[in-house]
Design a binder for this molecule. Structure first.
Ligand SMILES: Nc1nc2c(ncn2[C@@H]2O[C@H](COP(=O)(O)OP(=O)(O)OP(=O)(O)O)[C@@H](O)[C@H]2O)c(=O)[nH]1
Ligand SMILES: [Zn+2]
Length: 357
């Protein structure tokens, strides 16, 4: 492994520049197993854990390295030793969601991705509302989404489904394919040396199958889907960054049961509603019953579906609510780190004021 070989992992001169004079080695995270990371460096692949310094400044999951991240690490004596990750480099893109359950923290799905393949199967998995949800997050990540409709061989109404997706994801790239014939090769149009693609989507939609096709061999186990509801069984457990034989990098992500929003790019995903809203009579129009509402007029005229507006509202509401909760949680975590607790912080501030007098 050398600097040139690290370029195959997407190393740019900008990253190299940031690393010079740090006295640390550059690397890219290729895998993660709890607190232990697989990192590709100039010296080859090594295992690394997070340093105490990074631990001290990290507030939640988003501040820790994730698969796809470029990091600076302190390498110890031999390659067999566990290296120490000192810093996470600025991310070019970040796909994250709200952690499952009641937590309001972020969970990183993949970092520094150029193209996100949003995979949706054309069997019972097919759901336009869910696709809108994925698009909102993907457009906010900084990567470019491509909608990949999988299992075309199982589609009940292929032409209609493709037309509906094309209408919903107007302007976005949409491909449909099947792993049972050569149509999967369409996705290779988006694969380039030094660039990273990530596969995301529900469990069982065929992400690993497509990656195996790209790799030309089996890299991950795939498992048959339960018949009745087309739900997969979560066969991909870890995240992995792989180098494709023809160049280019790919990140497999475990199938998601749900993609809860913390963030979203609504303008990019709902450009039609944004355009309409600009024509409403009132700037603060809520598009419910105001006179001169262009959004409601479009619904009356049949050029905008009520379902789409409803989903837009629901997603926006979810993102705003979770973002507020998360902001508060981060703020509390910061206070606890600095002062021990909110109570102690107040006591310290009070004491300082007293001293000043
Ligand atoms: N009919 C048909 N079956 C497919 C196609 N692609 C994948 N499958 C099957 O669907 C099942 C699930 O495929 P996987 O590739 O494991 O799905 P995944 O998205 O990686 O699933 P997770 O790892 O759980 O996220 C397997 O039995 C595959 O053989 C396709 O194009 N057509
Ligand atoms: Zn309006």
């Amino acid at each position: 492994m050398s600097k040139t070989q690290l370029k195959a992992f997407g190393l740019t001169s900008a990253l190299e520049e940031q690393a010079t004079n740090s006295g640390l080695a550059l690397g890219r995270i290729t895998g993660q197993n709890r607190t232990l990371y697989d990192v590709m460096t100039e010296q080859g692949s090594r295992q690394a854990s997070v340093s105490g310094c990074l631990n001290n400044v990290a507030i939640d999951a988003q501040d820790y390295p994730a698969v796809g991240d470029w990091i600076l690490l302190r390498t110890l004596g031999s390659v067999a030793d566990t290296a120490v990750i000192e810093r996470v480099m600025l991310r070019r893109s970040l796909f994250f969601r709200k952690a499952a359950g009641r937590k309001t923290t972020a969970q990183i799905v993949a970092a520094n991705v150029d193209t996100i393949f949003i995979c949706m199967a054309l069997d019972a998995n097919y759901n336009l509302k869910r696709l809108e949800r994925y698009l909102v997050v993907a457009w906010d990540s900084g990567a470019t989404p491509v909608v990949v409709l999988t299992k075309a061989d199982l589609a009940s109404n292929l032409d209609q489904q493709i037309a509906d997706v094309a209408e919903m994801a107007a302007g976005d790239n949409v491909v449909f394919c099947s792993a049972t014939d050569e149509s999967w090769r369409k996705i290779t149009d988006y694969v380039q040396p030094g660039k990273t693609v990530a596969f995301i989507g529900s469990s069982g939609v065929g992400k690993t199958t497509l990656i195996n096709q790209l790799m030309g061999r089996n890299v991950g186990a795939t498992q048959a889907v339960r018949g009745s509801d087309a739900h997969g069984r979560h066969t991909t457990t870890g995240r992995e960054l792989l180098v494709l034989p023809e160049g280019g990098l790919v990140i497999d992500t475990p199938g998601m049961r749900e993609l809860s929003l913390l963030n979203g790019n609504f303008d990019a995903t709902f450009d039609d509603i944004k355009q309409l809203a600009q024509q409403c009579r009132f700037n603060d129009c809520t598009h419910t019953q105001e006179p001169g509402c262009a959004v409601q007029a479009a619904i009356q005229a049949g050029s905008l579906s009520e379902d789409r507006l409803d989903n837009y509202r629901a997603l926006l509401n979810e993102a705003t609510t979770n973002q507020n909760l998360r902001g508060k949680a981060r703020e509390n975590a910061k206070v606890e780190r600095m002062f021990g607790s909110k109570k102690q912080m107040k006591a310290i501030i009070k004491a300082r004021r007293k001293n000043r007098r």
